[in-house]
Design a protein around this ligand. Sequence first.
Ligand SMILES: [Zn+2]
Ligand SMILES: [Zn+2]
Length: 92
Amino acid sequence: MSMKCDKCGGDMVVKSGRYGNFTACSNFPDCKNILKENKPASPPPERTGEKCDKCGEGEMVIRSGQYGKFKACSNFPKCRNTKKITENIKQE
Ligand SMILES: [Zn+2]
Ligand SMILES: [Zn+2]
C-alpha cells in the first residue's frame, strides 16, 4: 500500500521516530507533511470471561490501578462495578 502526499503529490513513507512510527512525505524537508497514526492509548484489557453481576451486560476485565490489578466492568464508566482479584486458585 502506498499513499500519496496530499500536499505535494510525493510518496508517503513510514519513518520511525522517538514517539513511534509515523508517516511522512518523502520530499521532507521541502514538504513537511506528516500523518500521525491513531494508535490506541493503551493495550486492550485482559478478559476474564466473567459477566458483570451489576449490569448483566458487561464483561469483567482486568485493569490495573494505583493499588494493583482489579476486575472492572467493561461498561465503565456506565457501570462502575469493580471487584478485588481473589487468589483462590492456589494449589497446595
Ligand atoms: Zn509532500
Ligand atoms: Zn457492569
